[in-house]
Design a protein around this ligand. Structure first.
Ligand code: MGD
Ligand code: MGD
Ligand code: SF4
Ligand code: MO
Length: 686
């Protein structure tokens, strides 16, 4: 008899966090069904969710530990041998200097794995060198919203957007990147909301807009400052809110006074009338929401961009009420959780600072150890630079693929090759795993229990439907084995299941303290902050006061800095890099046959007028060059990108955007690299 079961869980792709059932027949996941009553997706899924089961049972899953021989080839190894090797090598390097080792946590995997990764780095190795992909994603959100609001997370829940009167979307293509949030934007429009989209590309999201503002990548600060100036000039600011809930308004006023409409329009290569009209629409609305994503964050002034949005919302009193707020759409399924869990070189779980003696003491007491509570560790891009310079000797990378995802691929490869010892723990042989000394096979989605925290701070259970393939193990189990081998006090790594880890975590994480597993079993789960077991969780933040100790929001005015690399004669075009509907980064969707058929490889979008000048026709293969590298890639000629700008989706290693991008300049406030702007040349090939 065929045995069939439905296992409810959460989609493994974007931070929307849709609920679905895995359909399991004879120990194999054969399909996916949306959860009809799930509060996020209400019975709908985007194509990635619908076909999410297709990568699980792939033949090329990693099933055995691999050790690289001196001839550069991998051989299969038994677990004991590989674990012993990693424990002894890490022990050797640690004995010399714990800060010679760096860790990357996996924002694709459950909170429990991530908590263990940072605990392993801090307690077992003794370093704060632990970070993850948020650094080159929404790191500026965490930094920028913490400065302005006191908490670095999305201020409203997803459903709130449906009550907005005006939605200002800047640098977010949510119809493709967060489709089930995009669905709510469409519903808001049906309810009468006016939509403004500011983006250098006329995206599927922009096509929904009542007003589309085309403008040049990297000019967000002047654009938003000009909007604030118009609002103040027209006396449309919310004086009550500014007086009672904020500080530093005078400085904001002085800063934005410099952002004259015509100056900004010229700088941003846009229409001044549109900036003015957008500002008036936003300020006059009763409830106006800001939605943003990487178009705002992935710049060397990413945190300034974020703070400009926060300033705009506070200026008009659009915080702490339904239908308003500052809504960064978080990327990975569990990147909100990865930040919450303290996979950050500056923060313990719950954003408690490693430089705080008080926070360090609490963590030490709970972990029964002493910690180095003084200097923060290295961030993602700093680790890559340090490895390339010989200042970092080992890396332990769990579920992240910097060779594909980090800026300046040639430099990343150089860094990986320069490491004395590299451990990669993944579900597939990623581009980065090829450079590893030891590869551990990890259990993936559908093969383990735990929790994901979505972009609206909703903490949801994920469940095991099938066993991992071959000898693959859950991430935390692998690290536990190494911890024990490295002599970590055994009582500290004796977890029997993910729930025990979650319960330990919530003891030191104020935002999660009130979440017990029983409460998370409800379909709506719980939003953080949830400080105690009687607290209902909180979808809407900053209702009466901000999360700063004095309860006030802080205006943080920012001046225009702009991109570090502007077009010139040799590299005359601005390159931006983005996402497409059918692919999610690379490793999983490119292995889903249905999605791969939809879009088998990459392309460079180029404006039709630019293409004409260069004699390039649609689908023709062209060469794109920057100061870092070059790739060959088919052209997609389109009017939907502004003149002077080209765009490459980031998913395809055979024509990878990151061979061209730069990691030279980082945002001083968040250490973000400039993934959304660099200068390139597009050449016709012979
Ligand atoms: N289908 C799919 N969905 C995904 C992902 C995926 O790989 N595929 N990845 C997930 C992850 S990790 C993330 S972080 C999110 C990202 O979600 P988004 O940020 O929405 O995705 P992107 O396409 O990278 O960038 C958004 C928009 O920024 C615009 N842009 C470029 N430069 C600028 C600029 O200087 N200013 C402004 N205002 N806009 C600019 C681009 O044209 C693009 O339309 O998506 C998540 N969802
Ligand atoms: N040019 C350019 N570059 C970008 C961006 C851009 O817009 N432009 N966006 C940036 C952003 S926003 C992000 S978030 C990063 C994403 O960068 P990455 O985090 O490197 O991207 P993923 O492909 O999501 O990597 C996840 C890896 O984890 C593995 N994995 C999945 N589940 C598990 C698990 O349970 N356990 C373990 N151990 N492994 C698992 C996958 O196979 C994959 O190899 O890319 C960044 N890079
Ligand atoms: S919107 Fe995001 S979470 Fe929902 S099905 Fe699509 S990829 Fe999955
Ligand atoms: Mo991301």
């Amino acid at each position: 008899m065929v045995e069939m079961k439905y296992v409810p869980t959460i989609c493994p792709y974007c931070g929307t966090g849709c609920g679905l059932n895995l359909v399991v027949v004879d120990e194999k996941v054969v399909g996916v069904e949306p959860l009809k009553r799930h509060p996020v997706n209400e019975g709908k899924l985007c194509p990635k969710g619908v076909f999410a089961h297709e990568f699980i049972h792939r033949e090329d899953r990693l099933t055995k530990p691999l050790i690289k021989e001196t001839n550069g080839e991998f051989r299969e190894a038994e677990w004991d041998e590989a674990l012993d090797l990693v424990a002894s090598k890490l022990g050797e390097i640690k004995a010399n200097n714990p800060d010679d080792i760096g860790f990357l946590a996996c924002a694709r995997s459950p909170n429990e794995n991530i908590y263990i990764t940072q605990k392993f780095a801090r307690k077992v190795i003794g370093t704060h060198n632990v970070d993850h992909c948020a650094r080159i994603c929404h790191g500026p959100t965490v930094a920028g919203l913490a400065r302005t609001f006191g908490s670095g997370a999305m201020t409203n829940d997803f459903i709130s957007i449906e009550s907005a009167d005006v939605i200002f979307i800047i640098g977010s293509n949510n119809v493709e990147a967060h489709p089930l949030f995009g669905r709510r934007v469409m519903r808001a429009k049906k309810n009468g909301a006016k939509i403004i989209v500011a983006d250098p590309r006329y995206t599927p999201t922009a096509k929904l807009a009542d007003m589309y503002i085309e403008f040049r990548s990297g000019r967000d600060v002047p654009l938003i400052n000009a909007m604030m100036k118009i609002i103040i000039d027209n006396d449309l600011q919310d004086d009550e809110f500014i007086k009672n809930r904020t500080k530093n308004y005078q400085r904001l006023k002085e800063t934005v006074a410099k952002y004259d409409l015509d100056y900004v329009a010229e700088l941003a290569e846009t229409d001044p009338k549109k900036i003015e009209e957008a500002a008036l629409m936003y300020a006059k609305a009763d409830k106006a929401a800001i939605v943003y994503s990487l178009g705002i964050t992935e710049h060397r002034h990413g945190a300034d961009n974020v703070m400009a949005n926060a300033n705009l919302a506070m200026l008009t009193g659009n915080i702490g009420k339904v239908g308003s707020g500052v809504n960064p759409l978080r990327g990975q399924n569990n990147v909100q959780g990865a930040c919450d869990m303290g996979a950050l070189p500056t923060d313990y779980p719950g954003y408690q600072k490693v430089v705080s003696g008080q926070a360090t003491k609490v963590v030490e007491e709970n972990w029964t150890c002493t910690l180095d509570g003084c200097a923060p560790g290295l961030t993602v891009v700093e680790m890559i630079h340090a490895a390339a310079d010989g200042n970092l000797k080992a890396m332990y990378i769990t579920g992240e693929d910097p060779v594909l995802s980090d800026p300046d691929t040639n430099h990343v490869i150089e860094a990986m090759e320069n490491l004395e010892f590299l451990v990669v723990q993944d579900i597939f042989m990623s581009e980065t795993a090829r450079y590893a000394d030891v590869v551990f096979p990890a259990a993936g989605w559908g093969e383990q229990e735990g929790t994901f925290t979505n972009g609206e701070r909703r903490v949801q259970l994920v469940r095991k439907a099938v066993n991992p393939p071959g000898e693959a193990k859950v991430d935390w189990e692998i690290m536990k084995e190494i911890a024990v081998r490295m002599g970590a006090e055994s009582e500290q790594f004796t977890y029997k299941n993910a729930e025990e880890i979650f319960d330990e975590m919530r003891k030191i994480t104020p935002q999660y303290r009130g979440m017990d597993r029983k409460r998370l079993e409800r379909p709506e789960a719980l939003h953080w902050p949830c400080p105690d077991e009687s607290h209902p969780g909180q979808g809407l933040m900053h209702i009466d006061s901000f999360a700063h100790p004095d309860g006030l929001g802080v205006f943080e005015p920012a001046d225009y800095i702009g991109p570090s690399e502007l077009p010139d004669e040799e590299y005359p075009l601005v390159l931006t890099t983005t996402r497409t509907l059918f692919h999610y980064h690379a490793s999983m969707t490119r292995r889903c046959k249905t999605l791969d058929k939809e879009l088998p490889t990459g392309y460079v979008e180029i404006n039709d007028k630019d293409a004409k000048k260069l004699g390039i026709i649609n689908r023709e293969k062209v060469k794109v060059r920057s100061r870092r590298g070059e790739i060959e890639i088919p052209a997609r000629v389109t009017p939907d990108i502004m003149e002077g700008e080209v765009n490459i989706p980031m998913h395809f290693f055979e024509c990878a955007a990151n061979f061209l991008t730069t990691s030279r300049e980082l945002d001083p406030k968040s250490k973000m690299a400039e993934l959304k702007v660099c200068a390139v040349d597009v050449e016709k090939m012979e």
